[in-house]
Design a protein around this ligand. Structure first.
Ligand code: NAD
Length: 285
Protein backbone atom coordinates (compact mmCIF):
# COMPACT_ATOMS: atom_id res chain seq x y z
CA UNK A 1 0.00 0.00 0.00
CA UNK A 2 1.33 3.44 -0.92
CA UNK A 3 0.00 6.95 -0.53
CA UNK A 4 0.64 8.54 -3.90
CA UNK A 5 1.44 7.14 -7.34
CA UNK A 6 2.19 9.62 -10.11
CA UNK A 7 1.88 8.45 -13.70
CA UNK A 8 3.37 10.36 -16.62
CA UNK A 9 1.45 9.26 -19.70
CA UNK A 10 -1.95 7.85 -18.73
CA UNK A 11 -2.39 5.76 -21.88
CA UNK A 12 -2.76 2.02 -22.41
CA UNK A 13 0.16 1.02 -20.18
CA UNK A 14 -0.07 3.68 -17.45
CA UNK A 15 -3.88 3.59 -17.45
CA UNK A 16 -4.05 -0.20 -17.20
CA UNK A 17 -1.64 -0.16 -14.25
CA UNK A 18 -3.73 2.53 -12.56
CA UNK A 19 -6.97 0.57 -13.04
CA UNK A 20 -5.43 -2.61 -11.69
CA UNK A 21 -3.92 -0.91 -8.63
CA UNK A 22 -7.20 0.89 -7.94
CA UNK A 23 -9.05 -2.40 -7.99
CA UNK A 24 -6.60 -3.70 -5.38
CA UNK A 25 -6.77 -0.43 -3.36
CA UNK A 26 -2.97 -0.27 -3.50
CA UNK A 27 -2.71 3.55 -3.70
CA UNK A 28 -4.48 6.22 -1.69
CA UNK A 29 -4.17 8.57 -4.66
CA UNK A 30 -3.20 8.20 -8.32
CA UNK A 31 -2.25 11.42 -10.09
CA UNK A 32 -1.75 11.69 -13.85
CA UNK A 33 0.48 14.11 -15.70
CA UNK A 34 0.76 14.54 -19.47
CA UNK A 35 0.78 17.13 -22.24
CA UNK A 36 -2.89 16.76 -23.08
CA UNK A 37 -5.45 18.07 -20.59
CA UNK A 38 -8.27 16.48 -22.61
CA UNK A 39 -6.67 13.02 -22.21
CA UNK A 40 -6.18 13.55 -18.48
CA UNK A 41 -9.78 14.74 -18.05
CA UNK A 42 -10.94 11.63 -19.87
CA UNK A 43 -8.80 9.49 -17.56
CA UNK A 44 -10.52 11.06 -14.52
CA UNK A 45 -13.98 10.55 -16.13
CA UNK A 46 -13.16 6.88 -16.74
CA UNK A 47 -12.10 6.46 -13.09
CA UNK A 48 -8.54 5.58 -14.12
CA UNK A 49 -6.86 8.33 -12.06
CA UNK A 50 -8.06 10.41 -9.11
CA UNK A 51 -6.57 13.71 -10.17
CA UNK A 52 -4.24 15.30 -12.70
CA UNK A 53 -1.94 18.21 -13.24
CA UNK A 54 -0.12 19.53 -16.29
CA UNK A 55 2.75 20.67 -14.05
CA UNK A 56 5.39 17.90 -13.76
CA UNK A 57 6.91 19.41 -10.62
CA UNK A 58 3.54 19.54 -8.81
CA UNK A 59 2.82 16.01 -10.04
CA UNK A 60 5.80 14.45 -8.26
CA UNK A 61 5.33 16.33 -4.97
CA UNK A 62 4.88 13.78 -2.18
CA UNK A 63 4.87 10.82 -4.59
CA UNK A 64 5.99 7.43 -3.29
CA UNK A 65 6.33 6.07 -6.82
CA UNK A 66 6.60 7.90 -10.14
CA UNK A 67 5.92 5.83 -13.27
CA UNK A 68 7.02 7.08 -16.69
CA UNK A 69 4.67 5.51 -19.24
CA UNK A 70 5.24 7.83 -22.20
CA UNK A 71 6.92 7.03 -25.56
CA UNK A 72 10.58 6.40 -24.68
CA UNK A 73 11.98 9.50 -26.38
CA UNK A 74 9.69 11.62 -24.18
CA UNK A 75 11.34 10.19 -21.03
CA UNK A 76 14.64 12.22 -20.99
CA UNK A 77 13.03 15.70 -20.90
CA UNK A 78 10.56 14.61 -18.22
CA UNK A 79 13.39 13.22 -16.07
CA UNK A 80 15.40 16.42 -16.46
CA UNK A 81 12.42 18.45 -15.25
CA UNK A 82 11.41 16.30 -12.29
CA UNK A 83 14.70 14.98 -10.86
CA UNK A 84 15.60 18.16 -8.90
CA UNK A 85 12.14 18.09 -7.27
CA UNK A 86 11.91 14.44 -6.22
CA UNK A 87 11.62 13.52 -2.55
CA UNK A 88 14.51 11.53 -1.06
CA UNK A 89 12.38 8.37 -0.83
CA UNK A 90 10.50 8.68 -4.12
CA UNK A 91 11.09 5.70 -6.39
CA UNK A 92 11.12 6.40 -10.13
CA UNK A 93 10.34 3.61 -12.56
CA UNK A 94 9.32 3.36 -16.21
CA UNK A 95 7.52 1.07 -18.64
CA UNK A 96 9.62 1.75 -21.74
CA UNK A 97 10.14 -1.02 -24.28
CA UNK A 98 13.92 -0.47 -24.48
CA UNK A 99 16.03 -0.21 -21.34
CA UNK A 100 19.57 0.85 -22.33
CA UNK A 101 18.48 4.27 -23.58
CA UNK A 102 16.20 4.90 -20.59
CA UNK A 103 19.01 4.10 -18.14
CA UNK A 104 21.38 6.37 -20.10
CA UNK A 105 18.80 9.18 -19.91
CA UNK A 106 18.33 8.59 -16.18
CA UNK A 107 22.09 8.72 -15.59
CA UNK A 108 22.31 12.01 -17.44
CA UNK A 109 19.38 13.51 -15.55
CA UNK A 110 20.95 12.49 -12.23
CA UNK A 111 24.29 14.20 -13.07
CA UNK A 112 26.07 11.07 -14.29
CA UNK A 113 25.30 8.79 -11.34
CA UNK A 114 22.34 6.43 -11.35
CA UNK A 115 20.53 6.83 -8.02
CA UNK A 116 19.45 3.84 -5.88
CA UNK A 117 15.79 4.83 -6.32
CA UNK A 118 15.60 4.48 -10.11
CA UNK A 119 14.24 1.08 -11.17
CA UNK A 120 13.95 0.52 -14.92
CA UNK A 121 11.08 -1.76 -15.94
CA UNK A 122 9.10 -3.11 -18.88
CA UNK A 123 5.75 -4.90 -18.75
CA UNK A 124 5.63 -7.60 -21.42
CA UNK A 125 1.97 -7.03 -22.13
CA UNK A 126 0.19 -4.76 -24.49
CA UNK A 127 -2.09 -4.39 -27.41
CA UNK A 128 -2.12 -2.57 -30.72
CA UNK A 129 -4.61 -0.05 -29.29
CA UNK A 130 -3.34 3.11 -27.60
CA UNK A 131 -4.66 5.73 -25.17
CA UNK A 132 -6.54 5.61 -21.90
CA UNK A 133 -9.68 4.42 -23.71
CA UNK A 134 -7.87 1.13 -24.34
CA UNK A 135 -6.76 0.67 -20.72
CA UNK A 136 -8.07 -2.43 -18.94
CA UNK A 137 -7.63 -3.61 -15.36
CA UNK A 138 -6.43 -7.12 -16.23
CA UNK A 139 -3.84 -6.29 -18.90
CA UNK A 140 -0.97 -7.61 -16.77
CA UNK A 141 -2.59 -10.77 -15.36
CA UNK A 142 -0.30 -13.75 -16.09
CA UNK A 143 2.15 -11.56 -18.01
CA UNK A 144 5.78 -10.91 -17.22
CA UNK A 145 7.27 -7.64 -16.11
CA UNK A 146 11.02 -7.34 -16.56
CA UNK A 147 13.05 -5.12 -14.25
CA UNK A 148 16.63 -4.25 -15.20
CA UNK A 149 18.25 -3.04 -11.97
CA UNK A 150 21.93 -2.10 -12.08
CA UNK A 151 24.58 -2.46 -9.37
CA UNK A 152 23.57 1.03 -8.17
CA UNK A 153 19.87 0.17 -7.68
CA UNK A 154 18.70 -0.35 -4.10
CA UNK A 155 17.19 -3.75 -3.40
CA UNK A 156 14.39 -2.11 -1.35
CA UNK A 157 13.39 0.00 -4.37
CA UNK A 158 13.39 -3.10 -6.58
CA UNK A 159 11.24 -4.95 -4.04
CA UNK A 160 8.73 -2.07 -3.93
CA UNK A 161 8.37 -1.95 -7.72
CA UNK A 162 8.18 -5.75 -7.81
CA UNK A 163 5.37 -5.64 -5.22
CA UNK A 164 3.48 -3.02 -7.27
CA UNK A 165 3.57 -5.12 -10.44
CA UNK A 166 2.74 -8.36 -8.59
CA UNK A 167 -0.46 -6.72 -7.32
CA UNK A 168 -1.57 -6.52 -10.98
CA UNK A 169 -1.23 -10.30 -11.39
CA UNK A 170 2.07 -10.10 -13.25
CA UNK A 171 5.18 -12.20 -12.65
CA UNK A 172 8.27 -10.08 -12.14
CA UNK A 173 11.72 -11.10 -13.40
CA UNK A 174 15.02 -9.30 -13.57
CA UNK A 175 17.34 -9.26 -16.57
CA UNK A 176 20.60 -7.54 -17.48
CA UNK A 177 19.95 -4.45 -19.59
CA UNK A 178 21.69 -5.78 -22.73
CA UNK A 179 19.93 -9.13 -22.50
CA UNK A 180 16.59 -7.35 -22.21
CA UNK A 181 17.25 -5.16 -25.25
CA UNK A 182 18.61 -8.04 -27.37
CA UNK A 183 15.81 -10.47 -26.49
CA UNK A 184 12.99 -7.92 -26.89
CA UNK A 185 14.47 -6.81 -30.23
CA UNK A 186 13.95 -10.40 -31.40
CA UNK A 187 10.61 -11.26 -29.79
CA UNK A 188 8.77 -7.94 -29.99
CA UNK A 189 10.55 -5.25 -32.00
CA UNK A 190 11.29 -7.45 -35.05
CA UNK A 191 7.66 -8.63 -35.48
CA UNK A 192 6.40 -5.04 -35.23
CA UNK A 193 8.91 -3.84 -37.86
CA UNK A 194 7.98 -6.77 -40.12
CA UNK A 195 4.25 -6.11 -39.75
CA UNK A 196 4.62 -2.44 -40.71
CA UNK A 197 6.81 -3.39 -43.67
CA UNK A 198 4.48 -6.22 -44.76
CA UNK A 199 1.40 -3.95 -44.86
CA UNK A 200 3.32 -1.31 -46.84
CA UNK A 201 4.47 -3.95 -49.33
CA UNK A 202 0.87 -5.04 -49.90
CA UNK A 203 -0.21 -1.40 -50.31
CA UNK A 204 2.08 -1.18 -53.34
CA UNK A 205 0.34 -4.11 -55.06
CA UNK A 206 -0.38 -3.71 -58.75
CA UNK A 207 -4.03 -4.38 -57.83
CA UNK A 208 -4.16 -1.36 -55.52
CA UNK A 209 -6.31 -1.46 -52.39
CA UNK A 210 -8.38 -4.26 -53.94
CA UNK A 211 -5.73 -6.61 -52.61
CA UNK A 212 -7.15 -6.01 -49.11
CA UNK A 213 -10.59 -7.27 -50.21
CA UNK A 214 -9.17 -10.77 -50.13
CA UNK A 215 -7.67 -10.94 -46.65
CA UNK A 216 -8.55 -13.42 -43.93
CA UNK A 217 -7.05 -14.77 -40.71
CA UNK A 218 -3.48 -14.99 -42.03
CA UNK A 219 -3.41 -11.31 -42.90
CA UNK A 220 -5.19 -10.27 -39.69
CA UNK A 221 -2.90 -12.16 -37.33
CA UNK A 222 0.33 -11.32 -39.13
CA UNK A 223 -0.48 -7.61 -39.57
CA UNK A 224 -2.15 -6.95 -36.19
CA UNK A 225 0.81 -5.09 -34.74
CA UNK A 226 0.93 -2.69 -37.72
CA UNK A 227 -2.01 -0.96 -36.02
CA UNK A 228 0.29 0.00 -33.12
CA UNK A 229 1.15 3.62 -32.38
CA UNK A 230 3.73 4.89 -34.95
CA UNK A 231 5.35 7.37 -32.53
CA UNK A 232 5.90 4.72 -29.89
CA UNK A 233 7.44 2.34 -32.43
CA UNK A 234 9.54 5.06 -34.05
CA UNK A 235 11.08 5.73 -30.63
CA UNK A 236 11.70 2.03 -29.93
CA UNK A 237 13.45 1.58 -33.32
CA UNK A 238 15.68 4.60 -32.72
CA UNK A 239 16.50 3.75 -29.10
CA UNK A 240 17.13 0.02 -29.63
CA UNK A 241 18.70 0.50 -33.06
CA UNK A 242 21.77 -1.75 -32.63
CA UNK A 243 19.87 -4.78 -31.37
CA UNK A 244 17.08 -4.33 -33.93
CA UNK A 245 19.53 -4.02 -36.84
CA UNK A 246 21.33 -7.16 -35.69
CA UNK A 247 18.15 -9.24 -35.54
CA UNK A 248 16.94 -7.74 -38.85
CA UNK A 249 20.22 -8.82 -40.49
CA UNK A 250 19.71 -12.38 -39.22
CA UNK A 251 16.13 -12.33 -40.45
CA UNK A 252 17.19 -11.08 -43.88
CA UNK A 253 19.71 -13.93 -44.17
CA UNK A 254 17.07 -16.52 -43.25
CA UNK A 255 14.55 -14.97 -45.64
CA UNK A 256 17.09 -15.07 -48.47
CA UNK A 257 17.77 -18.73 -47.66
CA UNK A 258 14.05 -19.49 -47.78
CA UNK A 259 13.69 -17.50 -51.00
CA UNK A 260 16.48 -19.58 -52.58
CA UNK A 261 14.82 -22.86 -51.60
CA UNK A 262 11.57 -21.69 -53.25
CA UNK A 263 13.40 -20.46 -56.36
CA UNK A 264 15.21 -23.83 -56.62
CA UNK A 265 11.97 -25.71 -55.94
CA UNK A 266 13.78 -27.59 -53.20
CA UNK A 267 10.64 -29.25 -51.81
CA UNK A 268 12.39 -31.20 -49.02
CA UNK A 269 14.26 -28.15 -47.76
CA UNK A 270 11.11 -25.95 -47.84
CA UNK A 271 9.18 -28.57 -45.90
CA UNK A 272 11.99 -29.01 -43.38
CA UNK A 273 12.24 -25.27 -42.74
CA UNK A 274 8.47 -25.00 -42.23
CA UNK A 275 8.34 -28.15 -40.05
CA UNK A 276 11.14 -26.81 -37.83
CA UNK A 277 9.33 -23.48 -37.35
CA UNK A 278 5.99 -25.24 -36.71
CA UNK A 279 7.54 -27.52 -34.07
CA UNK A 280 9.13 -24.53 -32.32
CA UNK A 281 5.94 -22.46 -32.31
CA UNK A 282 3.72 -25.40 -31.32
CA UNK A 283 5.99 -26.07 -28.34
CA UNK A 284 5.68 -22.54 -26.94
CA UNK A 285 2.11 -21.42 -27.71
P1 NAD B 1 -0.17 5.36 -25.26
O1 NAD B 1 -0.04 6.13 -26.52
O2 NAD B 1 -1.39 4.56 -25.01
O3 NAD B 1 0.04 6.34 -24.02
C1 NAD B 1 1.11 7.24 -23.97
C2 NAD B 1 0.69 8.44 -23.14
O4 NAD B 1 1.82 9.34 -23.06
C3 NAD B 1 -0.47 9.23 -23.70
O5 NAD B 1 -1.35 9.54 -22.64
C4 NAD B 1 0.16 10.51 -24.24
O6 NAD B 1 -0.71 11.63 -24.14
C5 NAD B 1 1.36 10.66 -23.32
N1 NAD B 1 2.48 11.39 -23.92
C6 NAD B 1 2.98 11.23 -25.16
N2 NAD B 1 4.04 12.04 -25.33
C7 NAD B 1 4.19 12.71 -24.17
C8 NAD B 1 5.09 13.71 -23.73
N3 NAD B 1 6.05 14.17 -24.55
N4 NAD B 1 4.97 14.19 -22.47
C9 NAD B 1 4.00 13.72 -21.65
N5 NAD B 1 3.10 12.77 -22.02
C10 NAD B 1 3.20 12.29 -23.26
O7 NAD B 1 1.16 4.44 -25.20
P2 NAD B 1 1.39 3.13 -24.33
O8 NAD B 1 1.07 1.95 -25.19
O9 NAD B 1 0.73 3.27 -23.02
O10 NAD B 1 2.99 3.14 -24.18
C11 NAD B 1 3.61 3.85 -23.13
C12 NAD B 1 5.02 3.30 -22.90
O11 NAD B 1 4.91 1.91 -22.56
C13 NAD B 1 5.95 3.41 -24.09
O12 NAD B 1 7.23 3.80 -23.64
C14 NAD B 1 6.01 1.99 -24.64
O13 NAD B 1 7.29 1.72 -25.20
C15 NAD B 1 5.77 1.15 -23.40
N6 NAD B 1 5.11 -0.15 -23.64
C16 NAD B 1 4.07 -0.24 -24.52
C17 NAD B 1 3.47 -1.47 -24.74
C18 NAD B 1 2.32 -1.64 -25.71
O14 NAD B 1 2.05 -2.77 -26.16
N7 NAD B 1 1.61 -0.60 -26.03
C19 NAD B 1 3.93 -2.60 -24.04
C20 NAD B 1 4.96 -2.45 -23.11
C21 NAD B 1 5.55 -1.21 -22.92
Amino acid sequence: MIKKLTIFGVGLIGGSLALSLKKASYCEQIVGCSRSEAHLQRAVELGVIDDYTLDPVAAVEGADIVLLAVPIRAIPPILKTIVPHLGANTIVTDAGSAKGSVLAAAKEAYDGVLPPNFVAGHPIAGREKSSVEAAIDDLYVDHKVILTPTSETSSEAVLKIKEMWQITGATVETLAVKQHDDVLAATSHLPHVLAYSFVNTLSKSEYGDAVFDYTAGGFASFSRTASSDPVMWRDICLDNKTAILSVLDNFQKDLTELRNTIQNEDADEIEQLFAKAKATRDSII
